[in-house]
Design a protein around this ligand. Structure first.
Ligand code: GCU
Length: 398
């Protein structure tokens, strides 16, 4: 299956710290022409835009700037969901452009006890809206026939509602069915792209399309009277963790960004080459990153950026990066180090990053403006992860 990441674990993958090739990370706080960045102004006016355009052109790819027509149709608005504690809304979002139409189905649960606009966790799902809960009234997503409640362990809906947060989700296939043969069904078709061959070298593919989807859902959330759009916590797991970081970097409207086990091309430093590598990811998932990223297959040293610089693009907004001890494919230590290094930019803002380069013990979160934990267990989204994201959101939004 698409999600059986561990089956792809290559025999040659390295997990031995002593076998990591020596590397020098690109300096986060030095401009392309060698000037030290010492102020927020230099960061915001020079260095940040410089890094953002490198990530756009060399890693994730550009989305066409065309304005797409969008309409919202409310299919459901039920105030007695989750034993009466939540309002369930289902909104069909229709995109049309160049005579092409694509639809995304947004599922939301909003806490009834919050009388003002609620802060919301926005978190796309892997297997279809109907899989996040056994609620029989969830409309199944168009690209999925998976059973109801199949993924419920990853979606503690009651816990989220009780904590005073809403939850918004879309099946990520609605924006790009996750396969190298399905460009024509994706939102890229709105822009005239039907297959990989149509995409320019710096053009966005699946990750850019999913990130575009996160921003389009944000457009909707801004219109919903029950949602506090200034308090959206953008969250993603794994390939969608890579996506949440990219969406958070490109769209400053997201108040908090959470990366759950995003690994290679997400929070992990590429130059460590631990677990999944740039070469491996570009071969197994040629439809994820832009084609230019392939230039760095087995040439991590030539990358003009590394992933600590992606994390820094979230600053000064709160950022939480999480790993799992047994998820070695995502390189927990590489995720930790890049998160620690990104703290340099938070420091410019007078805010606290992780304030250490020593990895904390398992199940012991560090929670400053930048947060990190490495929980015990495998590649997954667990209650431990959610409880900490809720605590982090409480800390910065309440
Ligand atoms: C595979 C892939 C990872 C990805 C993961 C997932 O393991 O190699 O890069 O993060 O799938 O999305 O679960």
């Amino acid at each position: 299956s698409l999600l059986a990441g561990h089956a792809q674990e290559a025999d040659e993958a390295n997990y031995d710290e002593s076998k990591i090739p020596p590397y020098t990370l690109p300096a986060l706080l030095k401009t392309a022409n060698g000037r030290e960045v010492t102020t927020v102004q230099q960061w915001e006016q020079t260095r940040r835009p410089e890094l953002l355009s490198i990530f756009t052109e060399q890693v994730y790819g550009k989305m066409p700037a065309d304005k797409v027509d969008v309409s919202y149709k409310k299919l459901d608005d039920n105030h007695s969901a989750v034993n009466g504690s939540a309002t369930r809304k289902q909104i069909e979002i229709t995109f049309s452009h160049n005579g092409v139409e694509r639809k995304a189905l947004l599922l939301m649960y909003l806490p009834n006890h919050v009388k003002t606009k609620a802060p919301v966790f926005l978190h796309f799902n892997f297997q279809g809206n109907q899989t996040i809960s056994s609620d029989p009234d969830i409309i199944p997503s168009q690209h999925s026939d998976r059973p109801r409640g199949n993924q419920a362990s990853r979606w503690p809906v009651e816990k989220i509602i009780d904590a005073g947060y809403g939850l918004a989700t879309v099946h990520y296939f609605d924006f790009f069915p996750d396969s190298k043969d399905r460009y024509a069904e994706s939102i890229l078709a709105l822009f005239g792209y039907q297959s990989e061959g149509d995409i320019p070298a710096d053009g966005g593919q699946a990750i850019a399309a999913w990130a575009w989807g996160y921003s389009r859902v944000m457009d909707y959330l801004e219109t919903d009277w029950q949602v506090d759009a200034s308090k959206i916590i953008l969250m993603g797991h794994s390939r969608l963790g890579k996506t949440s970081l990219w969406a958070g970097a490109t769209d400053p409207r997201f108040a908090i960004v959470v990366s759950n086990e995003s690994g290679c091309g997400g929070a992990a430093l590429s130059r460590r080459q631990v677990g999944e590598t740039v070469n491996r990811i570009n071969h197994v998932f040629p439809h994820w990153f832009c084609k230019n990223f392939r230039q760095y297959n087995k040439k991590e040293d030539e990358l003009p950026i590394d992933q600590h610089e992606l994390l820094a693009l979230i600053a000064p907004r709160p950022l939480y990066v999480a790993s799992a001890e047994e998820d070695r494919w995502s390189d927990p230590k590489g995720e930790f180090l890049s998160t620690a290094y990104a703290g340099e930019v938070y420091k410019l803002y007078g805010m606290k990053g992780l304030e250490t380069t020593t990895m904390p013990a398992v199940n012991t979160p560090i929670m400053n403006r930048v947060a990190y934990h490495n929980r015990t267990g495998v590649h997954d989204v667990t209650d431990f992860d959610w409880e900490n994201y809720i605590e982090f959101a409480d800390k910065w939004l309440k």
